[in-house]
Design a protein around this ligand. Structure first.
Ligand code: RAM
Length: 901
């Protein structure tokens, strides 16, 4: 029989064949593919077995769901027998379609469990006593030789560190960068599991590790060093299973050997020094003589949780070659990477032993062509390498990273050229999900800047910036950018992990904090003393604790994140309620609409608007979770807050206190105005924009809602004008002046004043890039439907406008690719092509008159498409999966717009 449906992309907990997870009811995902249109799953059968052989011979000893009537192909919760520590589970799935025809089985997928209980850990935390003679401590090198018998079936390493670790097994690198990632180490640390079956051999083997200070013991932002602990420690347990069922453990303990080596220090904020003359050749191989090494320092008493790493691995994802190099008068070289990027540079060099070279990194150049270093504050983005001599040497640093476009190479022996260095781009490797392209090169550059900002700043946690001594997980920045981020890349695991950081930092009062993971000032209540402007409940920052889970629900249909954090979210809203007066939320700390430009939004207006929004989302979340009483209670509360907002801040003529763009935008987007007030507030908003010469004034909190509010209020033309505005302040102003990432401030650099104050002037801050959300949801028109989240039902509603005549966008949803392409010919004939993946559907709003689904083109015919409504300005169709094309005329819409003016 010819099957029309294939099953692909089987995932467990959002990952392909994850190793060492700790969810006891993991969720399974698959995709349907078919050449047919309108394909729907009507039932599935999942089978899970405790070995591949069992699964192959049809013995589903863990779970056989049987034929389960359901259209769901994502977020299927495992419901079989109890999973055991270090267990391996193999699964496959088949589905039935609407004709009740069954598909072939999928390929076999698997997951393995980590070490599930504390009692099973036999490993000890090991580190190295500090070298008393040194201010900056060298990175510890530690190793262990062990014997392995023949016939290994499986070998898995479970490893973590208080600090950072780089693991090597028999001379080859295992794992990823900056493991185990950043958490509040007092509360939890992530364990990474690696299958090393292929690296292990019979006879003598060596496991070796280098430790870095990382966030644990190194510099964290501007909070100084040793925020969590004095020096790094490592914990590792390797399970070696033999064919005969026996098992051996290799664990970190006092029998390891420790030494210092070539890494003289390596600090995230202060760079690295590496003396290649001190290399320990062969230290990571079996047979190495470590008799001169010391015993490690064994520590006990770690009381935090050991949890399976939920975050995606941090990797080098791209190598960038410099585009230009110039020799300075001083004999140094300044390279231009052509892109503001995050990571480090690798250098190739030949020279005499003892020669010291330095790589210095900066985002911008001073007018005289030298590196602009002032905005780094206390950060030292320099790596030093001391040559061992005798041939070609290559160096890249280990436990540090930099934000830069320019690199100065100092002390280089010989002549450097464009091949001397290469930029390594590093970040949490969230899979790419979105693509977006238009006919306008500046809009494309803006989108590129947004994506580079995300890549550079998503490093274990969403950081604000990658260059100065800050790099913290600011919750406000994260929430305002979360939706954009999730269009750009698959951030399901990244934000799942970050939400735990936010929950860990939540205060006993219920307040969500400004930063997560907690980096010290929360615990030490530093907002009351030294840094008295930090607060645990800043409006638009703390609200991340509700907005991020809701975003994951919309984008991935993830109910579990809502369940996991429901209590925390309701404690937050209750806290706001209890601490307000008559539902007006005071805002003690003064971030306000951070970095707005010439428009101060009153704190209480902003804070009350966000209080209402958190409450509204919580009501929706309670509804999703079937908590009907809570749903009604919070929905009613939202109504009361909105009323209080209007009573306190809004006049009958639509004026909102503060009269900034942001107050109108938030009032409109958060649903705080009556039908009668909406057009009035919209008029004030547009007048405000016009009065500024079609320019924006919004800061972090207003900017993401600005173009959506305008578009939803029928002011799409103004939205496009703001998007493509080139005069200051605007997105395009920075692009006209060479920006390749989003700047922290609209006025980071201006023609009149040059650089803004170096005390806070990052050129790679993603927050103002939250316009990316509008580009996908409105410009391209790929919108999620909360009623059928995760893009099971998409709302496709493109908004042709502005100076654009072509937009092409795609998004990899959990169901598969959704794509939208629209183009305008001769200014009025619109062609719209839409693709929806199998087992999903969409409602398509085709703008314009005389809409026709195009039946002529092969593969793009109209079948599977039902007209729902046809109105003057748009026709609405319901489509199933497949590709569709529509044409229409925008001519009369244009005319109407002209008449109105
Ligand atoms: C700055 C950070 C961040 C912002 C806070 C309020 O220091 O860069 O972006 O959230 O302040």
């Amino acid at each position: 029989m010819e099957h029309t449906i294939r099953i692909t992309a089987c995932k467990t907990e959002y990952a392909v064949n994850p190793v060492g997870i700790d969810s006891l009811r993991p969720r399974l995902f698959w995709r349907l593919e078919s050449d047919e249109r309108g394909v729907r799953q009507t039932a599935y059968q999942v089978v899970v077995a405790s070995s591949r052989e069992k699964l192959d011979r049809g013995d589903a000893d863990m779970w056989d769901s049987g034929k389960t009537v359901s259209g769901e192909s994502i977020q299927i919760v495992y419901a079989g027998s109890a999973l055991r520590s270090e267990g391996e589970y193999f699964w496959k799935v088949r589905v039935w379609d609407s004709r009740d025809e069954v598909s072939p089985w999928s390929e076999t997928a698997y997951w393995t469990m980590g070490i599930l209980s504390r009692g099973e850990w036999q490993a000890k935390w090991i580190g190295r006593r500090p070298n008393p003679g040194l201010a900056m401590q060298p990175s510890p090198y530690m190793r262990k030789s062990f014997a392995v018998k023949p016939n290994v079936r499986r070998a898995v390493v479970y490893a973590t560190a208080l600090g950072l670790f780089k693991l090597r097994v028999n001379g080859s690198a295992v794992g990823h960068l900056f493991a185990p990632g950043w958490t509040d180490y007092d509360k939890r640390v992530q364990v990474h599991a690696y299958d090393v079956t292929d690296q292990i051999k019979q006879g003598e083997n060596a496991i070796a590790v280098i430790l870095g200070d990382g966030w644990y013991a190194g510099t964290v932002g501007f909070l100084g060093k040793r925020v969590y602990g004095e020096r790094p420690f490592f914990l590792m347990q390797a399970s070696i299973e033999y064919e005969d069922g026996s098992r051996e453990l290799v664990v970190s303990d006092g029998s390891w050997r420790a030494a210092e080596g070539p890494i003289r220090y390596s600090d995230m904020i202060e760079g690295e020094t590496y003396d290649a003359r001190l290399e320990l050749t062969g230290w990571d191989q079996p047979g190495y003589d470590d008799s001169g090494w010391e015993s490690p320092d064994v520590r006990s008493g770690y009381n935090g949780l050991l949890v399976a790493a939920a975050e995606p691995p941090i990797r080098i994802t791209e190598t960038v070659k410099p585009v230009a190099v110039r020799k300075t008068e001083a004999g140094t070289y300044i390279f231009d990477m052509g892109q503001n990027m995050v990571g480090w540079t690798e250098v190739t060099v030949r020279g005499e032993a003892g020669t010291r070279i330095t790589l210095s990194h900066a985002e911008m150049l001073n007018p005289d062509g030298s590196l602009y270093l002032d905005n780094l504050r206390a950060a030292v983005q320099q790596d030093h390498y001391v040559l061992k001599g005798g041939g070609e040497e290559r160096y890249e640093p280990h436990f540090t990273f930099h934000g830069f476009r320019y690199v100065e190479l100092i002390g280089y022996p010989g002549e450097a050229d464009l091949t001397t260095i290469a930029g390594k781009v590093i970040h949490s490797d969230t899979p790419a999900a979105g693509r977006l392209e238009t006919n306008d090169p500046m809009v494309n550059q803006l989108y590129s800047n947004i994506v580079w900002g995300q890549r550079g700043n998503f490093l274990s946690v969403p950081t604000d910036c990658p260059q100065r001594d800050e790099r913290l997980g600011w919750t406000g920045d994260a929430q305002i950018f979360a939706r954009t981020a999730s269009y750009n890349r698959d951030v399901s695991r990244f934000f799942t992990k970050y939400m735990r950081d936010i929950a860990d930092a939540q205060q006993p009062s219920g307040a969500f904090t400004d930063v997560a993971p907690d980096a010290g000032w929360i615990r030490h209540k530093m907002w009351n003393t030294r840094l008295n402007w930090f607060a645990p409940d800043n409006a638009g920052w703390g609200d991340a604790g509700v907005i991020i889970p809701w975003t994951l629900y919309l984008m991935y249909g993830d109910k579990r994140i809502l369940e996991e954090h429901y209590d925390a979210m309701s404690r937050w809203v209750d806290y706001l309620k209890d601490n307000g007066s008559d539902l007006i939320r005071p805002d003690y700390a003064n971030y306000g609409d951070w970095l707005s430009i010439g428009a101060d939004t009153p704190n209480e207006v902003l804070a009350t608007a966000y209080f209402a929004y958190s409450t509204k989302l919580l009501a929706a979340i309670a509804g999703v979770l079937g908590k009907t009483e809570d749903h009604s209670r919070y929905a009613a509360l939202f109504g009361q807050i909105a009323e209080a907002f209007r009573r306190e801040f809004v006049s009958g003529d639509g004026f909102v206190r503060g009269d900034t763009q942001t107050v109108y935008v938030l009032a409109l987007q958060f649903g705080l105005l009556t039908e009668e007030l909406k057009p009035k507030a919209t008029r004030r908003l547009t007048e405000n924009i016009r009065a500024r010469g079609n320019r924006l004034s919004t800061g972090f909190l207003g900017v993401g809602y600005l173009l959506p509010a305008l578009t939803d209020s029928g002011e799409q033309d103004i939205a496009y004008e703001l998007l493509t505005q080139e005069a200051f302040p605007s997105w395009m102003y920075s692009i006209k002046h060479g920006a390749t990432t989003i700047w922290e401030r609209w006025d980071g650099w201006t023609e009149e004043n040059g650089f803004q104050t170096p005390s806070m002037n990052s050129f790679n801050h993603y927050s103002l890039g939250s316009v990316g959300e509008w580009m996908f949801r409105y410009m391209a028109g790929i919108e999620a439907d909360p009623a059928e989240p995760g893009f099971r039902h998409a709302i496709i509603r493109p908004r042709p406008g502005g100076r654009l005549n072509r937009v092409k966008a795609g998004y990899e949803s959990l169901y598969g690719t959704i794509s939208v392409e629209w183009s305008l010919e001769a200014g009025s004939r619109l062609t719209l092509e839409v693709e929806v993946p199998a087992n999903a559907g969409a409602t398509v709003h085709v703008p314009g008159a005389n809409v026709e689904p195009d039946g002529e083109d092969a593969g793009l015919s109209a079948a599977g498409c039902t007209l729902l409504t046809q109105e003057k300005q748009a026709s609405v169709y319901r489509i199933g999966s497949g590709k569709y094309r529509f044409t229409s005329s925008l001519a009369y819409m244009k005319k109407e717009a002209e008449v109105q003016q």
